[in-house]
Design a protein around this ligand. Structure first.
Ligand code: ADP
Ligand code: ZN
Ligand code: ZN
Length: 827
């Protein structure tokens, strides 16, 4: 019998803790079980059992051992393959299992402990209490603890803590820790026939007795009808009575609340809480309806199905019909009884795909989404563990953590997208790469799809690690758009720019408006202007907590830090020289919108960026209005570049391509190519050939030509040459090392010492420590090192070296409070 369990806790501790299993739990707790355990003096945490032991492991100190307090559910919450996946992730991305747990579980599956107070039953000295204190004590019971927060709410007192403290001093109350569940099932009041009356004779008796109360007898009949059973049928077959909601019953003509309470009073009917699911399931469909593939799609489809265990990269130009191929592959998998995970990089993209998939797969589709209420995510998780899981899940990166019993296929759509990578907090994982690992361990196939693969992915495809399948033409012979480059520097010199618009762009927008066609304008910066500057002395406002200039948001009438979110009032004058002439430099989407209104007053415009899409519905509203043609010009950040499939978009304007071309990163050109071809792909999806106006100050850059000619291979080839020469991925792996501290000197010191300790192993492959471009965020100073790991190194030994160097460093007393973390395969 197993008497000890190792338990993962949602904390950044390096190893799971061992607990004793009390007798009554010993047989019921298994690997993957969810339990509650004490930690420290009063805290409790939810944990996941990751190992069981019959005898106490030698490394564990028996005297400090504590008991598992509670088993939360009888069935394990985690399947063995998931636990294995967590372990891989913690190891590869150099974080703790607890951090993986935090990312993996919806918070409703974690229980939290909070402080609660309870009346002391032995307390009798009521005279010493003030009126307010008595009021608090009156609200409490001796049996059940109440959390301070809910007490405060109940009594409508601003700060209840001082009162509770005084009550504690007088021994009038006791303090305890209480576990609270965030997830609560949603219930509805339902009505049912009491068990006693589920018998023909008894029911006839009831009707006999109700003769003088026709309203009650009518209600009882209505209830029986509503539960879809005639009296006779119901009596012979009570088991088939259907659920009746109280609301539905009372809605019927003649039904009254009064008659219902009378019947409840007589014990004939019962009102009870019926659990209703929150998951919005799609309608069940009679049969699958899919489109016939064209020959190019058919060929690609066949090539994909021939590749059984090798992952496939499907490179298809925008609008080539990749999604239709995915649909066909999903159908095949479902027919084989397998589950499918369809991964999308961003929430913004789910709406359109969800509509498309639900039209084909109906109630087989489940959606997992970090913007959905947490309770819905809990229910989806539980549904996946049930007898009737969704066979198809559409979701963003965290859906990799869902329990799949029979995963057959993972589709990673837009595999090159950087939002597959989680930045902060740990685990800093890339969902595309993690999907490949998960698939390998579960035997699922993987399909990576994109028009513009990541350089590393394409390299893997050319080297045979993946199978490359291509779709080179758009579906239905639509042409790719024509791209014209406008040289902004030259146009400015000749004074031909109309604020943010080149003459050609202005002309094309006019023309499109005249033809009732739509326009998308892309500016990858939100707010009004990225910088405010004093005209006299050059002062610019910066964030107090971060080393970045503040962005001017005109509509909100204030400045905002885009790193920590802190808002600041708009300065009326320069604090440096007193001048009142502050000018806004550069363009954000707000200012572009203002310019559009000024130049094209007749156009109906909409703006899509983080500020206008705080809620999910606002995002959908903007898109739907655009889809219905109620908007002529849509202005937006990278949100408008992705996946949108609108037929009437004729012109796409890329207002400032230099924003992405000038990013100081070895991937800047690759990213620009991906982003700009994607936004270009929004033009001319139906009807006449679309047009893209590409405004840049650097038309001579080779990557600009590659974008114009949509020559992915040329971009890839030139990038590969540079990466080989300067040693970047795919020729090495990168691990970034970040050091953070409130004190800049301590931060610098820690970074230097860490670099010294590992430099002997890596020599010149360790770069830095340096100040990163933004060297302070949220009041923490930052130093960065970049480690280039050559393929000849063993990954495991490098991890060991780095982790032990970190342990040594952080144990130095003078470096107290230093944070050091690794970002493996950073983007
Ligand atoms: P991609 O995913 O490559 O951007 P989509 O799958 O969205 O391309 O296809 C682009 C457009 O062509 C969509 O409107 C889609 O409905 C249509 N389409 C693609 N394949 C077919 C097909 N076999 N039959 C009918 N319409 C198709
Ligand atoms: Zn000034
Ligand atoms: Zn800030």
């Amino acid at each position: 019998m197993n008497q000890f369990a190792d338990i993962i806790l949602p904390l950044a501790v390096s190893q799971p803790y061992t607990y004793r299993l009390p007798q009554e739990l010993a047989g019921r707790v298994v690997v993957g079980s969810r339990v509650v355990v004490p930690l420290g003096r009063r805290k409790y945490y939810t944990g996941i059992v990751c190992r069981l032991h019959a005898t106490l492991p030698a490394t564990v100190d028996a005297s400090a051992l504590k008991d598992v307090a509670e088993l939360v559910d009888e069935q394990p919450l985690l399947l063995p393959a998931q636990l294995q996946f967590w372990e891989w992730m913690a190891q590869y991305y150099m974080c703790t299992l607890g951090e993986v747990m935090k990312a993996a579980l919806p918070s409703g599956l974690k229980l939290e402990s909070e402080s609660a107070v309870r009346k002391n039953p032995d307390f009798s000295d009521f005279d010493v209490l003030t009126e307010r204190e008595s009021r608090v004590l009156d609200a409490l019971s001796a049996e059940k603890g109440e959390s301070l927060a809910s007490l405060q709410r109940e009594l409508n007192i601003d700060n209840i803590l001082p009162l509770v403290r005084r009550l504690l001093e007088r021994d009038a109350v006791v303090m305890e820790e209480k576990m609270t569940r965030q997830y609560r099932p949603k219930t509805e009041k339902h009505v049912r026939l009491a068990a006693d009356f589920q018998d023909e004779n008894r029911l006839n008796e009831v009707f006999e007795n109700l003769k003088r109360t026709p309203k009650q007898s009518e209600l009882l009949l209505k209830y029986l009808e509503l539960s879809k059973a005639s009296t006779a049928f119901a009596l012979s077959n009570m088991g088939l009575l259907e659920e009746v909601a109280r609301r539905d019953l009372l809605r019927l003509p003649g039904a009254s609340e009064f008659a219902l309470s009378a019947l409840v009073g007589k014990g004939v009917l019962e009102v009870y809480d019926y659990e209703v699911g929150r998951l919005k399931t799609q309608k069940a469909l009679p049969e699958l309806l899919t489109k016939e593939l064209n020959p190019a799609q058919q060929q690609a489809y066949e090539e994909i199905t021939q590749s059984a265990s090798t992952p496939v990269l499907l490179q298809g130009v925008t609008s080539s019909g990749k999604t239709e191929i995915y649909i066909r592959l999903i159908e095949d998998a479902l027919r084989r009884g397998e589950q499918v995970l369809y991964l999308l990089p961003e929430i913004a993209l789910t709406t359109q795909i969800m509509t498309r998939l639900s039209r084909v797969f109906g109630d087989k589709l489940g959606v997992y989404h970090s913007k959905f209420p947490d309770a819905e995510r809990v229910e989806l998780w539980q549904r996946q563990l049930s007898e009737r899981p969704f066979p198809l899940i559409l979701g963003v990166r965290s859906s990799l953590f869902l329990p799949f019993r029979n995963l057959g296929l993972i589709i990673v759509d837009e595999e090159h997208e950087t939002s597959y990578k989680q930045q902060d907090p740990a685990p800093r994982y890339n969902a595309r790469d993690a999907a490949l690992v998960l698939a390998r361990s579960t035997g699922a196939r993987v399909l990576l799809g994109t028009a513009t693969p990541a350089v590393e992915t394409y390299h893997n495809a050319l080297s045979g690690k993946y199978r490359l399948v291509e779709l080179t033409t758009r579906y239905g012979d639509r042409q790719l758009p024509e791209i014209v480059v406008e040289d902004v520097k030259e146009l400015r010199r000749k004074k031909l720019m109309k604020s943010p618009f080149s003459p050609r762009l202005t002309e094309e927008i006019r023309e499109a408006l005249a033809h009732h066609e739509q326009v998308i304008l892309f500016q990858n910066r939100r707010g009004y202007s990225p910088v405010l500057e004093c005209h006299t002395c050059g002062w610019t406002p910066h964030c107090e907590h971060c080393d970045v200039p503040l962005t001017y948001h005109q509509q909100q009438g204030r400045l905002v830090c885009h790193y920590c979110g802190t808002p600041y009032p708009l300065p009326q004058q320069c604090p440096n020289c007193g001048s009142t002439e502050l000018r806004d430099l550069g363009y954000g989407t707000e200012k572009i919108e203002a310019a559009v209104r000024a130049f094209f007053p007749e156009a109906r415009t909409a703006r899509m960026d983080l500020d206008t899409t705080r809620s999910r519905s606002s995002y959908e509203r903007i898109l739907e209005a655009f889809g219905r043609g109620e908007t002529d010009i849509l202005i937006g950040t990278q949100m408008v570049t992705k996946g949108l499939d609108f037929e009437r978009v004729h012109v796409v304007g890329i207002l400032n391509a230099d924003q992405s071309l000038n990013v100081p990163d070895f991937r800047a050109f690759e990213r620009s190519f991906q982003m700009l071809s994607q936004v270009a792909g929004r033009a001319g999806r139906k009807g006449r050939r679309g047009l893209v106006v590409f405004q840049t100050r650097q038309p001579q850059l080779p990557v600009v030509q590659q974008i114009v000619t949509n020559d992915y291979r040329a971009m890839y080839a030139s990038q590969l040459v540079e990466r080989r020469e300067f040693l970047y991925p795919p020729f090495c792996r990168i691990i970034n090392i970040f050091v953070r501290h409130r004190d800049e000197r301590i931060c610098e010191d820690a970074a230097q010492k860490f670099a010294q300790s590992i430099r002997p192993y890596f020599q010149s492959d360790l770069l830095g420590p340096d100040r990163p471009a933004v060297a302070r965020i949220q009041a923490l100073y930052i130093r960065k090192m970049m480690l280039k790991v050559r393929p000849t190194f063993s990954a495991a030994s490098i991890r060991r070296t780095l982790l032990s160097a970190r342990d040594v460093l952080l144990s130095r007393p003078e470096l107290k409070g230093v944070q050091l973390y690794f970002d493996v395969d950073p983007l």
